[in-house]
Every structure is written in structure tokens, then in C-alpha cells.
Design a binder for this molecule. Structure first.
Ligand code: A3P
Ligand code: MG
Ligand code: MG
Length: 380
């Protein structure tokens, strides 16, 4: 008889989900019915200007101007002399979202009926990008993640920490990689105008400090979520539907020339694109396909709702239901683990490919991320 499983309650089958200290990420465990995911509702937005200053408005919103189907956009133009790059060694954590919450307290559904202090009706506050990473975890084989969670006034705040591997990569990027990271922003400049009646200005400066972010509320099974994500642009037709349905995501990708390249595009790129836009309810992705010289040679629109059909012919491909069920179970795991209401306690969840998700607990550590101004503001 095999006694091993009795001691191995932390992993795989037979685990007691209520006591387990880890969470398995194998995709087969998440192949069940698609969980309830409510249509995301935009509850607000904010902008970050060319110096990364916060504004509680939509001043950085941009408008999509449909390019020629076969344009000739040189994405390398301006890299050397018309590019201001955001300092990505500065870790902003949840600060911009917290500023938005403080500025919009009165708009949020409050459940603090008996006290003067403010608590609101959400279980999780986080960035969309952190949730995207959770959605793709069952299929990720290269990059792990670290998520710091703090429970404060009934809400779980979830903020990413840079892994050692990610820091090394960031500090050792090749010049080619640095330039390619610019290309995506340059494509945005070729296709976006600052207002409804103007045209894109490809001769201007690309400044990656600038951002327009939507704040949405939704629910995944029994998890009420409030998250923010950057939005590239919106449909400029005044008759377009309300946000987030009028929003559009812009992407660049290598031109597809072979069946193998098409298959890889479906398996890896479309997974990331789907996860990122599905979460906030952005229905369309406009893709610019570039050649080896960084020139966009074709533009194609992908509808998020059609992506699962597009990939159906790929053998052993990713499934939206696995992504959503894993995210849902991870959030349940977090609720179970992060029980102490204390802004200086951080539950640090960590994951490496081919491993389970595990956690550790830290008091008054370097990992604490809720700023004093936020704690004071929400306690008054
Ligand atoms: P592409 O994805 O078109 O290459 P987003 O698409 O999320 O709006 O991001 C805009 C651009 O930022 C990307 O455009 C890419 O150039 C850069 N970028 C975003 N995330 C990145 C990452 N994790 N690593 C490198 N570059 C990234
Ligand atoms: Mg963007
Ligand atoms: Mg984009």
C-alpha cells in the first residue's frame, strides 16, 4: 500500500482544499464549466501625464483612426531622438488606484453603515495586469510571479512584486529588446489621435509615462473585483457604445508567414491578448503585423468573443475556462489564507512554472505596500 499520499496533502489530487497550504496549477484541474463572470462596468477612469502625475479624469484618452489595411508604418522611427521612456525601476504598486479610490469614495457602494469610516463592497483591489498573469498561469512555462496581499477593512489588496529573475532580465535587456519594446508604443502613435477631430501625429514624441486607465467593477463567481487597466484608445464614433465596449486594445506582432508561425500565434499570443482584454470587457484588439525591419505591413482586427473559435483547430490548445477557473480558485485560496485585517501584514503568494502556488507571511516588512496616507484617509 502507498502511504505517501497521506503525507502529501499539499499537492495534486486528494488535497483538502480547506486546509491545503498550496494551490496546484495543472490545467486538467480547471477544466470545468465556465464560471460566472459579470459584464465589467466602468466606475471611473484616471490619467497619468507625461511626468506620470495622476489626474482623476480622461485627459489622456486617445481616439482610434483606422489605418490603411496595408500601411507602411516604420516602428523604428523616433527611437533615438523622439522617445521618453518611463523609468520602470520605479515601483508604483497600487498607488494610482488607491488615489482614484480616495478621490471617488462617495461614488463607490459603501457598506460602512455603522461607522463613519469607509469600507466598500469589493473583495479584491488590484491591477488588471496582475489578473492577466493569473489567467495565463496554467499555461505559463517561463515566468513565475509574486503577489503581495494585504487585508484591510474587509478588502484584499493585491500588488505584484518583481521577481529576482524579472529584475535580472530588466537590468540586462539587450539593445534590440529595448528597441522592440518601443515598437508597440510607436504603433499606438501611428493609429491614435488626441481628439475626435484630429489625426495621428507620427512626428511627435512617444512618452510612455502617459496613460489612460479605466477602473472597472465586476464579479468572478463569488469574488467582487475592482481593478484598473490601461486602455490604448477608443472608437471615435460618437455613436459607439459606452465604455468599456468602445475601448480598443492595440498590439503589434511579427508577420505570420508559415503554418508553424500561425500555430504559435494562436497558442501563445492570442492567449495573452484574450486574457488582457477579456478581463475589462474590451471587445476588440487591433493588431499591426510587422516585418523583420519593424515595419507594419498589415493591420487586422480581432474580436475577443471570436478568439476561442479561432483557436479551436489547434491541438491541445489553451482554454478560456481553465484560465478563469484557475483565477477563481486562486482568489478563493487567497481569501482563505489572508485572514488578518492588518495593513502592515503581507501574505506573499509565489509561483514558479511547474510548481504549486505557495505563500509566506510577513509583518512590518519591506513588502508592506499600503501607504500611510491611504490608511489614514480610509480610517477617517
Ligand atoms: P505590443 O504588445 O504591441 O508589443 P500594451 O499592448 O499592453 O498596451 O502595451 C504596449 C506596449 O508596451 C507593447 O506593445 C510593448 O511594446 C510594451 N510592453 C508591454 N508589456 C511589456 C512587457 N511585459 N515586456 C516588454 N514590453 C512590453
Ligand atoms: Mg496599453
Ligand atoms: Mg496595447
Amino acid at each position: 500500500p502507498n502511504h505517501h499520499h497521506q503525507y502529501d496533502s499539499r499537492s495534486t489530487q486528494g488535497q483538502n482544499p480547506l486546509t491545503s497550504q498550496s494551490l496546484n496549477t495543472r490545467r486538467e484541474l480547471y477544466e470545468r464549466d465556465f464560471p460566472v463572470y459579470k459584464q465589467p462596468v466602468e466606475v471611473g477612469c484616471f490619467s497619468l501625464d507625461s511626468e506620470r502625475r495622476f489626474f482623476n479624469d480622461s485627459r489622456q484618452m486617445r481616439y482610434y483612426v483606422e489605418p490603411d489595411r496595408n500601411p507602411y508604418f516604420d516602428l523604428r522611427d523616433g527611437y533615438k531622438d523622439r522617445f521618453i521612456k518611463r523609468d520602470d525601476s520605479v515601483k508604483e504598486k497600487l498607488d494610482h488606484i488607491l488615489r482614484w479610490i480616495v478621490a471617488n469614495r462617495s461614488k463607490l457602494n459603501s457598506r460602512a453603515a455603522t461607522s463613519s469610516s469607509f469600507a466598500f463592497d469589493v473583495d479584491f483591489v488590484t491591477w488588471r495586469g496582475h489578473l492577466t498573469k493569473l489567467l495565463t498561469t496554467p499555461y505559463e512555462t517561463r515566468e513565475g510571479w509574486l503577489l503581495a496581499v494585504t487585508r484591510f477593512r474587509g478588502t484584499l489588496y493585491m500588488s505584484e512584486l518583481e521577481t529576482e529573475a524579472a529584475r535580472r532580465e530588466r537590468e540586462n535587456r539587450t539593445e534590440r529588446h529595448e528597441e522592440m519594446m518601443y515598437w508597440g508604443y510607436k504603433f499606438e502613435q501611428y493609429t491614435c489621435a488626441d481628439n475626435i477631430h484630429s489625426l495621428p501625429d507620427s512626428g511627435g514624441v512617444v512618452n510612455t509615462n502617459e496613460a489612460f486607465c479605466t477602473v472597472v467593477q465586476t464579479r468572478l463567481a463569488d469574488h467582487r473585483l475592482l481593478f484598473s487597466g490601461e486602455v490604448d484608445c477608443r472608437d471615435k464614433d460618437p455613436g459607439a457604445p459606452a465604455p468599456p465596449t468602445c475601448y480598443m486594445e492595440l498590439k503589434t506582432s511579427a508577420e505570420i508567414c508559415t503554418p508553424k508561425q500561425r500555430s504559435n500565434f494562436h497558442r501563445f499570443k492570442l492567449l495573452k491578448w484574450w486574457a488582457q482584454s477579456f478581463l475589462p470587457g474590451v471587445p476588440r484588439v487591433v493588431a499591426g503585423f510587422r516585418d523583420h525591419e519593424g515595419v507594419v505591413v498589415s493591420v487586422e482586427t480581432f474580436h475577443i468573443s471570436k478568439i476561442s473559435h479561432l483557436i479551436k483547430n489547434e491541438y491541445n490548445c489553451w482554454k478560456p475556462t481553465v484560465c478563469m477557473n484557475f483565477c477563481c480558485d486562486f482568489l478563493s485560496f487567497v481569501k482563505r489564507v489572508a485572514t488578518e485585517e492588518n495593513p502592515s501584514v503581507v501574505y506573499l503568494f509565489s509561483w514558479e512554472p511547474h510548481r504549486d502556488v505557495t505563500y509566506s507571511i510577513h509583518r512590518d516588512s519591506q513588502y508592506s505596500f499600503l501607504p500611510q496616507w491611504y490608511i489614514e484617509e480610509m480610517s477617517s
